[in-house]
Design a protein around this ligand. Structure first.
Ligand SMILES: [Zn+2]
Length: 127
């Protein structure tokens, strides 16, 4: 998670990013309905420079409702790494009630990997 690359102007979510976001928001937790409504108004403003697929997000706050979540990481998930030997940890960060970062923690430092397939995610909320 270093040297983020600023995307100017912010770009649309890619299909794989959107699928992972939708998967994370497929379970129930406080504020999830508002977060789902933010997806169409979400753009990517920064990409991580380390080779992982983490992205920082911008929501058009005039268009989408603010979410009331419990804490700033209301949902997390694990997905198998590409070589299946270990797990990638995925966290959705919310800032001031809006989608802020899709963070994927690499299984090892400095080992680039692609966005996991949404179907491979094991999603859980913080209980
Ligand atoms: Zn990274």
């Amino acid at each position: 998670m270093e040297n983020p690359n600023t995307i100017d102007p912010p770009r649309e979510l890619r299909a794989d990013e959107r699928a992972v976001l939708e998967k994370l928001l497929s379970i129930h937790f406080p504020g999830v309905e508002a977060l789902r409504q933010q997806i169409p108004y979400t753009r990517v403003r920064e990409e991580c420079g380390c080779g992982c697929p983490s992205v920082w997000l911008d929501v058009d706050r005039a268009q989408a409702p603010q979410a009331e979540t419990d804490g700033s990481v209301p949902v997390e998930a694990f997905a198998p790494a590409p070589d299946d030997s270990t797990l990638i940890w995925i966290m959705l960060h919310v800032w001031e009630g809006f989608l802020d970062e899709l963070e994927l923690v690499p299984p090892e430092e400095d080992s680039p990997f692609p966005m996991p397939r949404a179907e491979s995610l094991q999603v859980s909320g913080w209980e």
